[in-house]
Write a protein that binds this ligand. Sequence first.
Ligand SMILES: [Zn+2]
Length: 274
Amino acid sequence: MIGVIGGSGLYDLAILENPETVEVTTGYGPPSSPITVGTVAGRSVAFLARHGIGHRLTPGEVPYRANLAALRELGARHVVAVSAVGSLTPRLRPGTLVVPDQLVDRTKGIRAGSFFGSGVVGHVAMADPFCARMRTTLLSTGVAGVQDGATYCCIEGPQFSTRAESRLYQSWGLDIIGMTAVPEAALAREAQLCYAALALVTDYDCWHESAEPVSAGLVAQTMRDNVRTAREVLTAAVKSADTETRCSCHDALAGAVITDPALIDDAARVRLAL
Ligand SMILES: [Zn+2]
């Protein structure tokens, strides 16, 4: 089972055969939307719309923990997250698909960002926040023009950046800007899922001298124009993903929990059965 999380502009996975909607409940509440389960080239895929049906959840309201717990519960061990992003560099023009390799957190610390807490402490490694194997899968589909590598700056939103912020992020060497990879990538690591992102560049944020500043309309229009390419990449990636070989992501919790095991109660064990 491969999980796909769709962001702005990707609310269904038109490539799914025999789609069936399933309701999943988790110890973290319901996910953003019912999950559509089907097959692509004979492989099971579970699709979740990150912002809910009809795009009703702001990036700060998305139940990230429930989303990843639900996909995991359905049997997914590999997740591709699709998101619309702004570009902070001339290298990544609107319409480009890019597979980010790094992440900087500029959210406001108000999102539930860990499965740990309430008596159980664990620290997972985040040096490389995206799964190298899944990244390679997304970059090896043969679909032309998919760029390798970008540092994703995740802001709180839902407002877009000011021009001063946009230029500040540029001066830090950040390449793309979005609102959802934090805490999604970290939670995927804690859930021991292979997780990579496919980012669709919709605009130049607001630093560009001649391009029009980002707006919701601009994001939606560019997504409509490019969502077909994103689906092509997803289809090919699902077909070719190696889900058999064990990945280091699947052992992300080895040695991560530092709470005395004798002090972890049964309720916490059930909650973290992930
Ligand atoms: Zn992995």
